[in-house]
Design a protein around this ligand. Structure first.
Ligand SMILES: Nc1nc2c(ncn2[C@@H]2O[C@H](COP(=O)(O)OP(=O)(O)OP(=O)(O)O)[C@@H](O)[C@H]2O)c(=O)[nH]1
Ligand SMILES: [Mg+2]
Length: 251
């Protein structure tokens, strides 16, 4: 009985597991997948200018090149390879044109189906599942963590290593769990707005933070005034929320 419930020990399920993993390696052979490989996710279309800034292909590739140069510090030569996923097919075409020294694995047709008008079809769903899977299988990720797509790939990647915390470069947000509790910050140094974009802060105010802009500023909302805007990140500190947990005195 016990044996039947265990999918690894049950021969029928074992067969399924073996065939799905061999399908995966067949697919990787078909794509020309070899390691080391960097997974690059370029989120464009509806995201750009509304929820996130546009980053050029060159900006992503600078960090890819850094990764390969670091591998080469011992004097070896490492072939340049990326897996490129995007919701904009032009990005794959642009990268292939500008970086002929790179082997670029990526399917412009999958990216075309990810456009806003067709992304809710079954074909597009298969495309995003495959893209996230291949991003997670990469040795290193270069992407924008403002996108849930890359954060999911990174979360899956974490299951393959004791700690994958150094295996990514995000061009914008720090990692966060979609739907996480608020990480409010408490103001420790008052702030007078420098421009109309800035928040006014009093010591003790609580600020909900939307993102780090990596130029010394963060964006957030002052919960006292309900005003949103920028502020110097060093003027606030994390407010740690505590919760009462059961003591299990009998254990
Ligand atoms: N195939 C493919 N589809 C993509 C890619 N990037 C974005 N998409 C599509 O765009 C959708 C965006 O999904 P969301 O979960 O809203 O992710 P996001 O907009 O990047 O981030 P949040 O809205 O902040 O969660 C995906 O479900 C896909 O349909 C990509 O690299 N490949
Ligand atoms: Mg979205």
């Amino acid at each position: 009985m016990k044996n039947q419930k265990n999918p690894i020990k049950n021969p029928k399920n074992k067969q399924q597991i073996i065939s799905s993993s061999s399908k995966e390696s067949q697919m990787q052979r078909h794509l020309g997948w070899e390691r080391p490989i960097v997974g690059v996710h370029v989120r464009r279309t509806d995201k750009v200018g509304t929820e996130a800034a546009c980053h050029s292909v060159e900006e992503y590739m600078t960090y890819v090149e850094d990764y390969y140069r670091t591998l080469e510090v011992n004097g070896s030569t490492v072939a340049r390879r990326i897996f490129l996923a995007s919701d904009d097919a032009q990005v794959i075409e642009e990268a292939r044109r500008k970086y002929p020294q790179y082997q670029i694995i990526g399917d412009p047709e999958v990216a075309r189906m990810a456009s806003v008008s067709t992304r809710y079809t079954d074909t597009a769903l298969n495309g995003i599942i495959l893209d996230i899977h291949l991003l997670s299988m990469s040795d290193h990720l270069v992407c924008t963590f403002s996108s849930q797509v890359c954060r999911v790939a990174y979360e899956i990647m974490q299951t393959m290593y004791p700690d994958a915390a150094h295996r990514f470069k995000s061009l914008d947000d720090i990692y966060y769990y979609g739907g996480q509790n608020a990480h409010n910050r408490r103001v420790v140094i008052a702030h007078k707005p420098r421009t109309h974009e800035d928040l006014q802060l009093r010591v003790g105010d609580l600020v909900s933070v939307a993102g780090n802009h990596w130029d010394g500023n963060s964006k957030g909302k002052n919960t006292r005034t309900n005003q949103g805007g920028l502020f110097p990140s060093f003027k606030v500190e994390e407010k740690v929320d505590t919760a009462k947990l059961p003591l299990y005195a009998g254990i």
